[in-house]
Design a protein around this ligand. Structure first.
Ligand code: ZN
Length: 385
C-alpha cells in the first residue's frame, strides 16, 4: 500500500511538480557583505539552480542592491534534489520580487502586496521631552522627526515647549496581511498647544498632487523669511564687495540695504523672539530677531522701535518692529538688513523660499471636507482607546 502511495506521489509530482511536494519555508537575513549566491549555497541549494534563480531574479532586481538585514523568504522542497521552489525578497514597502519554479524553469516577477491603511491616533502632554512623550504615546520615531520639522515653522522648540503642553497626532500605517507595519504613512493631522500658540496642521493633497500641511484655515505653514522687510523700498546696496560709503575703501557688505523715506515701517521678516532692541555699534538703533531653524535677522539704523518691541518679546511675521532711520554709521535713511544662519551672515537673497501658495477656492472646499473627516476619525479613534 505504502509502495503504491509513493509511486502515486512520484507520478503526480511529475505531473504537478509545484503543487504536491511538501516544502520547507525559511526566512534568511542578509548578513553584512552577504550575497544571494552564498546564502543559497549555505542552504545547500545546488549550483545550477542558484545560477538559474539569480538569472531570473536579475531581470527585475539588481542583485548588487541587496543590503544587510534585508529579508529573503525561500521555499525548498524536501526531496534529495533540494529544489528551490520560491524565493521572495522585499523590493519596496509595497512590493516583493518573487522567483518561482514552474516545473521547468524559474520565472521572476514583482508582486504588489495587499496593504491596508490603518489610522494611528496619539494624544498626550509633554512631561519630559517632545520626543520621549510622543514616543511614549505610540508615535513612530520617523513621524516624530517629521513633526519637529513641520512644527518648527511656527514653534521655537528651544523656548516655547513647556511641561504640560498638549499634542495630538494622526497618521496612517501601511499594514501587511500578517499585521506587521510595512511603512508609516503620511501625517494627516498634528496639533501642539503651548503657552504661546495653538498650532493645528492638516495634511492635504492639492489639485497639482502636492502633499503639504495647512492650518485649520487652509493656510500653508511653510513660512520662510520675507524677502523684503520694508514695503515700497528699493535695494540701495546689495550683499558682497562694495566701496564703503563712509570710509571709501573696499569692504564686504554682509547685508542688504533698503532705501526708503524716514519713518517707513520695518516688518519682522519672520516670526520669532526679539534678542536685541537697542543701540548696537555702527548699526545704531538695531533689532535682532531669533527665528526657528537657526535663523536670525538683524535690522539696523532705525529711527525708532515699534510699539512694545523689547528684548524677549515675541513677534509675528509681518509685524511692524521699527521705522526707517539713519542712526549709527549711515549716510541717509535706509535699513541695513542681515540674515544670520547658525551665526554666519548669509546673503538674504539666497534664503530659499519653498513654494508657498494659497489653496484655490475649489481646493479650500475639498480641504474643509477633509479636515472635518480627519477630526471625526481622530475623535472616534480616541473614543475607542
Ligand atoms: Zn548696509
Amino acid at each position: 500500500m505504502r509502495h503504491i502511495l509513493i509511486k502515486c506521489i512520484i507520478i503526480l509530482s511529475l505531473l504537478f511538480p509545484t503543487v504536491l511536494l511538501p516544502a520547507e519555508e525559511k526566512e534568511l537575513i542578509v548578513p553584512k557583505g552577504g550575497n544571494l549566491s552564498t546564502m543559497l549555497r549555505n542552504e545547500e541549494i545546488p549550483g545550477q539552480q542558484i545560477v538559474e534563480v539569480t538569472n531570473a531574479l536579475s531581470v527585475h532586481y539588481n542583485l548588487k542592491h541587496i543590503y544587510p538585514n534585508q529579508k529573503i523568504l525561500i521555499k525548498v522542497d524536501d526531496d534529495p534534489e533540494r529544489r528551490l521552489m520560491e524565493l521572495r525578497l522585499s523590493a519596496d514597502f509595497d512590493k516583493d520580487n518573487v522567483v518561482r519554479y514552474n516545473g521547468y524553469a524559474y520565472e521572476s516577477y514583482p508582486e504588489m502586496l495587499s496593504l491596508k491603511l490603518v489610522p494611528v491616533a496619539a494624544e498626550g502632554s509633554i512631561e519630559s521631552s517632545f520626543y520621549n512623550d510622543m514616543a511614549a504615546a505610540g508615535v513612530a520615531g520617523s513621524k516624530i522627526m517629521e513633526l519637529f520639522r513641520i512644527f518648527s515653522f511656527d514653534i521655537d522648540f528651544q523656548r516655547d515647549i513647556r511641561k504640560g503642553d498638549l499634542f495630538k497626532v494622526l497618521y496612517y500605517d501601511f499594514v501587511k496581511d500578517d499585521g506587521t507595519v510595512a511603512k508609516h504613512g503620511p501625517l494627516a493631522f498634528a496639533s501642539l498647544k503651548t503657552n504661546f500658540s495653538d498650532v493645528n496642521l492638516y495634511g492635504f493633497v492639492t489639485d497639482s498632487n502636492e502633499y503639504d500641511y495647512y492650518s485649520a484655515e487652509g493656510k500653508s505653514v511653510r513660512k520662510t523669511l520675507l524677502k523684503t522687510p520694508v514695503a515700497n523700498a528699493r535695494i540701495s546696496s546689495s550683499y558682497g564687495m562694495r566701496v564703503n560709503p563712509i570710509y571709501g575703501y573696499e569692504s564686504f557688505h554682509k547685508g542688504l540695504d533698503f532705501a526708503a523715506p524716514l519713518n517707513t515701517p520695518i516688518l519682522a521678516s519672520g516670526s520669532g523672539t526679539v534678542e536685541l532692541a537697542g543701540w548696537f555699534d555702527i548699526y545704531g538703533n538695531c533689532i535682532i530677531l531669533r527665528h526657528s531653524n537657526g535663523y536670525k535677522t538683524l535690522y539696523g539704523h532705525m529711527n525708532a522701535f515699534g510699539k512694545g518691541i523689547k528684548k524677549g518679546v515675541r513677534v509675528k511675521q509681518g509685524q511692524v518692529i521699527g521705522y526707517i532711520g539713519t542712526t549709527g554709521m549711515s549716510t541717509g535713511p535706509h535699513l541695513h538688513y542681515e540674515v544670520i544662519l547658525n551665526d554666519v551672515k548669509i546673503n538674504p537673497a539666497s534664503v530659499k523660499s519653498p513654494p508657498e501658495r494659497n489653496l484655490t477656492k475649489a481646493e479650500l472646499e475639498r480641504f474643509n471636507k477633509r479636515k472635518s473627516e480627519i477630526d471625526t476619525i481622530f475623535d472616534n479613534l480616541k473614543k475607542t482607546d
